[in-house]
Design a protein. Structure first.
Length: 311
C-alpha cells in the first residue's frame, strides 16, 4: 500500500502519520493553578528502562487524606504527546475536587511497539501503590483516565488488571497490584479492526487500516494483517465480572475515532459488569479533543459518578 503523507485531524490538533511532515501546533504546557496545589513533584521515575518512564504528581490544596488519585494518560496517537500537554485543563477539575493527579509519560510507538505502552501504564499504577504512604495517596481509590490514545490505555488498564501477559513486572514494584478502581475514558480507539467500517457506517472517511496509521504503527504492522496483535490491544478481550466501573464519553461528531467505538465498549462492559457500573455519554455535536468534554457540566457528571462508586 502506498504511504500517504497526509494529515490526520484530531479536532484542533493536526497530526501527521509517522514519517509524514508537518508543523504541529505546540500543546499548552501551562501548569495547574498553584492555588489548587499543595505540592507538586515533577519528573519522578516510575521505571528505569527508558527516559520516557517519568510522571508528575500534583497534590490538592484541599481534600481528604489519603487522596483519591486520578492517573492521566495523554493522547497523541501513541506516537507523540507529553504528560505536560494541556495538563491544566486535565488536572484542575480533579484537583478542585480534592483528588491527587498523576500525569504519566509512556514509551511512544515511534520508539517501541505495543505492548510496551500498557506495560508502562501498569508500572505507573504499581508505583503509585508503592509510594502511597509517602505521598498520602489512597491505594484503593486509583482512577485511570485519558483521552484518545490515553483513553485506550485507561480502558485497557480497567479490563486487563489481572492479565499477566499484559504486564512487565521487571519494570518495578512487582509486589504491587496494577488493578485500578475506576476508569474515566474519553473517545478512545478500542477495537482497531472495526474502526474503518464504523467510519463508513457513519459516512466518514477511514484511515486506520492504512499501513502508516497510528494503530498500525502501535502494533508494528498493518492492522488488517495483524489481527492477533489487534486482539491483544482490545480492552473488550479482557472483560471480567470484577472489572471496575467505567465512565465513557465520546462526541458524535468525532471524525478521528468513530463514536461507535465507545458504544461498543460500553455495551460489552454492561453485559458483564452490569449497566449500573457503566455510564456512557454521547455528546451530540462533540468532536475529538473538543473542550466540551471537560466542561463544568460534564465534569460534574464524572465527579458524581466517581463519588457514587468510590465511597
Amino acid at each position: 500500500m502506498e504511504k500517504r503523507n497526509r494529515l490526520i485531524s484530531f479536532g484542533n490538533l493536526f497530526i501527521p502519520p509517522p514519517g509524514g511532515t508537518s508543523t504541529i501546533p505546540a500543546a499548552d504546557k501551562t501548569p495547574p493553578s498553584s492555588s489548587l496545589i499543595s505540592a507538586s513533584f515533577i519528573n519522578l521515575r516510575y521505571a528505569n528502562q527508558s527516559v520516557d518512564q517519568k510522571l508528575d504528581l500534583y497534590l490538592p490544596a484541599k481534600g481528604n487524606k489519603p487522596y483519591r488519585v486520578i492517573v492521566w494518560f495523554h493522547g497523541g496517537g501513541w506516537f507523540l504527546g507529553d504528560k505536560q500537554d494541556d495538563i491544566a485543563q486535565s488536572a484542575e477539575p480533579f484537583l478542585s475536587a480534592g483528588y491527587a493527579v498523576v500525569s504519566a509519560n509512556y514509551r511512544l510507538s515511534r520508539r517501541v511497539i505495543f505492548p510496551a505502552q500498557i506495560y508502562d501504564a501498569k508500572a505507573v499504577i504499581r508505583w503509585i501503590r508503592a509510594k502511597a504512604g509517602r505521598y498520602q495517596l489512597d491505594p484503593n481509590k486509583i482512577i485511570a483516565a485519558g483521552g484518545s490514545a490515553g483513553g485506550h490505555l485507561a480502558a485497557l488498564l480497567g479490563t486487563s488488571g489481572d492479565v499477566k501477559e499484559m504486564e512487565d513486572l521487571s519494570s518495578g514494584n512487582p509486589e504491587q497490584s496494577s488493578r485500578v478502581n475506576a476508569v474515566v475514558e474519553w473517545y478512545g480507539p478500542v477495537d482497531f479492526l472495526q474502526m474503518d467500517s464504523q467510519h463508513a457506517e457513519l459516512g466518514q472517511p477511514g484511515y486506520h487500516s492504512e499501513d502508516n496509521s497510528p494503530e498500525s504503527n502501535l502494533i508494528g504492522g498493518t492492522i488488517t494483517a495483524n489481527s492477533e496483535k489487534c486482539l491483544a490491544a482490545t480492552p473488550m478481550h479482557y472483560i471480567k465480572k470484577n472489572n471496575p466501573p467505567f465512565y465513557i464519553q465520546h462526541g458524535k461528531a468525532d471524525v478521528a475515532v468513530p463514536y461507535l467505538q465507545s458504544v461498543e465498549l460500553a455495551e460489552a462492559l454492561r453485559k458483564v459488569i452490569g449497566a449500573e457500573n457503566v455510564a456512557l455519554e454521547i455528546l451530540e455535536n462533540g468532536g475529538h479533543l473538543d473542550p466540551v468534554h471537560m466542561s463544568p457540566f460534564y465534569m460534574e457528571k464524572i465527579l458524581n459518578f466517581l463519588d457514587k462508586h468510590l465511597r
